[in-house]
Design a protein around this ligand. Structure first.
Ligand SMILES: *Cc1c(COP(=O)(O)O)cnc(C)c1O
Length: 427
């Protein structure tokens, strides 16, 4: 069967596109059935055993976040007042001078840099991204292994990114054009220059420093660690592990920079970031998500993830040709991650094929299928860099995480993976 046919036939099955498990069978059955637009349009919904991936719609928001969005949507507020009040609260929670809600970590990067470039000069804000012929700075310096694709956020301001490897390189690269020294947390150990050295370079040359920690909670302490370390700006996503709105994030940092970033942000209309609109529901939802995340019981949650992963591992461990391992990435997407790999002379399926069997099975399940770290997928879809994909398509492994599973879904994932592996095992 062609893939589209499979999708069509699956959408007529009872479980497919049904309400999420947590809602099914809830006490609301007697109430009028809510409109289910996902099912109405035949959109595939699925159990997410892959992770907090943007192209899979990120995360399931906390009930309290959804409630906040719902309650606040019935009122008008001045956007600037919402940002003022929320920013003050967030800054206290993350130990920074100031903060604002942006429409994601990427948006925080563009807005933060825009703020550095323009200060509070309205005319400059209207000039971005055209820097030539102005007295604005135009370069961001970062380590080569930190110059990842999300740095496109900086290019949007008109700046270019200059790559360096050593402290001497930085000293040489710094000029009157240098706007920002940027650091990427997930590749922190790959670069020669360490966090503190990076911050010190900024202080020495009076150039702001920034760090992208978009997907890097848990641990919850990362929310304040880099502010306390002295970074002038910290960028984080709201719609990953924090389970806030997928289209929200936070810019935290120096008061003057956040104020200047606000000048470049909506509701103001003639700026490079007018498209970075976040309405009051999401600004307030982001605040509640952050508060919930900080006060959450992270040890208990971790133990639950481990138990769920152990259940899925237990379902396949010991099957012929199967090897399992549970690891925790040191940086970025820090959650117990199960890798199931196999001897392809015994289990006759590739990782990608198994991923597809889970994806187009019933219920639909998404799992990671290559040897790539999760963050690789964040950029768009799993049609990643064709050069990399080609070499990994055939890899005999899948990857599973539990942090985006809803209660009870681990059992379904365990059963489905076991079924497919047994089905592919030479008899
Ligand atoms: C997810 C991610 C981003 C983008 O974050 P958004 O909140 O989706 O804008 C930037 N950098 C890294 C390292 C990420 O993982």
């Amino acid at each position: 069967m062609k893939r589209r046919k499979v999708i069509q036939s699956l959408s007529t099955l009872p479980l497919f596109g049904a309400l999420p498990l947590a809602e099914a069978g809830a006490k609301s059955v007697s109430k009028k059935r809510k409109r289910d637009v996902i099912a109405e349009l035949g959109i595939r919904s699925f159990i997410n055993a892959a992770g907090t991936l943007t192209y899979m719609s990120g995360c399931i928001m906390h009930d309290e976040v959804v409630e906040t969005i719902d309650n606040t949507s019935k009122h008008f507020c001045m956007i600037d007042e919402v940002q003022d009040k929320v920013g003050e609260k967030i800054a206290k929670l993350v130990h920074s001078e100031a903060a604002m809600v942006t429409c994601g970590a990427f948006s925080a990067m563009t807005l933060g840099l825009a703020g550095v470039l323009t200060g509070l000069d309205v005319r400059k804000a209207e000039q971005l991204p055209h820097l030539t012929g102005t007295d604005m700075k135009s370069e961001v310096i970062c380590q080569k292994c930190h110059n990842e694709r999300y740095n496109h956020a900086f290019l949007n301001t008109g700046c270019t990114v200059v790559e360096v490897e050593t402290i001497e390189d930085v000293e040489k690269a710094i000029s009157e054009k240098t706007a920002l020294l940027h650091f990427l947390n997930i590749t922190a150990h790959a670069g020669q220059i360490k966090y503190e050295e990076w911050v010190a370079l900024g202080k020495k040359h009076h150039i702001p420093t920034s760090i992208d920690i978009a997907a890097d909670v848990p641990p919850v302490s990362n929310l304040w660690k880099f502010n306390e370390m002295g970074f002038d700006m910290v960028f984080i996503s709201g719609g990953k592990a924090m389970r806030g709105p997928q289209s929200a994030g936070i810019l935290m940092g120096r008061k003057d920079i956040v104020a200047a970033a606000r000048l470049n942000a909506p509701p103001r209309g003639f700026t490079v970031a007018r498209g970075h609109k976040v309405n009051k529901e999401e600004i307030l939802g982001m605040y509640v998500a952050l508060e919930k995340f900080i006060s959450g019981d992270h040890d208990r949650e971790w133990t639950e993830w481990e138990a769920q992963i152990a259940r899925i591992e237990g379902a396949v461990k010991g099957l012929p040709g199967i090897t399992t391992s549970v690891t925790v990435p040191e940086l970025g997407n820090i959650t117990p991650t199960l890798t199931i790999s196999w001897d392809d002379s015994i289990v006759k399926v590739t990782g990608r094929e198994l991923r597809d069997k889970l994806r187009f099975g019933n219920p639909s399940i998404e799992a990671g299928f290559s040897g790539l770290p999760l963050y690789y997928y964040q950029a768009g879809s799993d049609s990643i860099d064709p050069a990399i994909e080609g070499t990994l398509n055939g890899a005999s492994l899948i990857r599973v995480t539990a942090w985006m599973l809803q209660p009870g879904e681990d059992k379904i994932v365990a059963r489905r993976i076991r079924e497919e592996i047994l089905g592919a095992t030479a008899g």
